[in-house]
Design a protein around this ligand. Structure first.
Ligand SMILES: [Mg+2]
Length: 412
């Protein structure tokens, strides 16, 4: 059994919990109330006015001029988000953060076998969130991630919805196909044009038609329409010590443009650094991997004077190795890895100390990007689409917040 715990109007609710005068009032969290921008979160009191996350601030002001406009503080939400994860971890080790305000929580047998048992635990967690933090959460309970995720949206705020596969079908088959997790607005348009208007239509769509129209994801979406999903829950604290961490990429075509190749190295270094930070490691040996058109692979290593999880230092070494090793032949594959790993001194125990805040934020934003993709930290343009996928609009805030607060600086 899996729960998806989704905090209700998270950023706005945190502000209300911390500032009593905001309670019961429409609250709109945004980047900087004095400037143009978008709504990052709207409290439930603001929603009847039509205010939604991702909406331009000017429009929100027209709809709800009397709302309290509050500048969002990502580091605060991230700290709370981590405290919530700690709370879930007291129930089970199977906790997978999904975004800054959502987490999957696995409740494996023997303790929990039925939907009712899982729902009872969900209810306790919900009460504990309310009493300890003064925050509301909506929880979906289901036999897999897909059902749990979609169930969490059935009743909000402070909803609790438990569905088995059959219950899922009863609830979702009559709904528009766009309600299915993984079907965005564009995909929905194509599905409707093929005559699959509801989730139920999709469930009964002939598989060859789906395969022809959507490729491999066609049959996957059809299975999803039946409430079937075998995506594993990946616990956040999964403790296998890796020997090294690396990322490599096969280039879309063989390339001998040094600028492009070094740009690729920078991106790879960033991804490796992020994973190191995300999993609490630092390393001191950087390895470059280079494969040419003739499939000759070459690796070059260099040790750093001390341990790091900083992308700039990793990149510096990777680039130096690249400049020595590359013979200007077209390159097919590039890789960067870091080995000689040790547990990061800024480990779990220190998460909540003050000086850790900046680091904490970077790490949490890393996680958001790891989970939601590189594009999750982008300006507000893509927000509407991301909302449809059930993603939290952290990007609206972080595009600027990152510039200001992240030691990683610009370019992210
Ligand atoms: Mg939420």
């Amino acid at each position: 059994m899996i729960l998806l715990i989704d905090m209700d109007a998270f950023f706005a609710s945190v502000e209300q919990a911390h500032h009593p005068h905001l309670r019961g009032r429409p609250v709109i969290v945004c980047g900087d109330p004095g400037r143009r921008g978008v709504v990052t979160a709207a409290s439930y009191e603001a929603r009847p006015f039509g205010v939604r996350a991702g909406m331009p601030l000017q429009q929100a002001r027209r709809l709800c001029p009397d709302a309290e406009y509050v500048e969002g503080r990502p580091e605060k939400y991230v700290a709370l988000s981590l405290q919530l994860l700690e709370l879930y971890l007291r129930y089970t080790p199977d906790v997978e953060p999904f975004s800054v305000d959502e987490a999957f929580v696995g409740l494996p047998p023997p303790g929990v076998r039925t939907l009712e048992q899982a729902a009872a635990i969900a209810c306790r967690i919900q009460e504990e969130i309310a009493s300890r933090f003064g925050l509301g959460a909506s929880i979906g309970v289901g036999p897999n991630k897909l059902v749990a995720k979609l169930a969490s949206g059935v009743r909000k705020p402070r909803g609790l919805t438990a569905l088995d596969e059959e219950g899922f079908r009863g609830e979702f088959w009559p709904r528009d196909v766009e309600h299915l997790w993984g079907v965005g607005p564009k995909l929905a348009v194509r599905m409707r044009s093929l005559g699959f208007k509801t989730v139920g239509d999709l469930a009964h769509a002939p598989e060859p038609v789906l395969r022809g129209a959507f490729g491999v994801i066609g049959p996957q979406l059809r299975a999803a329409a039946w409430g079937r999903d075998d995506t594993p829950l990946i616990p956040y604290h999964q403790g296998v010590d890796p020997k090294s961490m690396g990322h490599e990429v096969t280039l879309p075509e063989d390339c001998d443009d040094p600028e492009f190749l070094e740009g690729t190295l920078l991106r790879l270094s960033d991804q490796v650094a992020r994973r190191l930070r995300g999993e609490g490691w630092v390393g001191r040996t950087v390895t470059l991997k280079l494969r040419d058109r003739a499939f000759e692979t070459l690796t070059r290593q260099r040790a750093l004077p001390d341990f790091t999880d900083d992308h700039a230092r990793i990149f510096e070494i990777a680039r130096a190795l690249f400049r020595i090793a590359w013979k200007r032949d077209p390159v097919r594959l590039l890789g960067v890895s870091v080995s000689g790993l040790e547990r990061s001194p800024a480990g779990q125990g220190e998460l909540f100390t003050r000086d850790e805040r900046g680091r904490l934020l970077v790490r949490a934003l890393d996680r958001v990007r790891d989970r939601l993709g590189e594009a999750s930290l982008v300006p507000a343009g893509s927000l509407t689409h991301r909302r449809a996928l059930g993603h939290v609009p952290f990007g609206a805030l972080s595009a600027r917040a990152l510039e200001r607060k992240s030691p990683l600086g610009g370019g992210h």
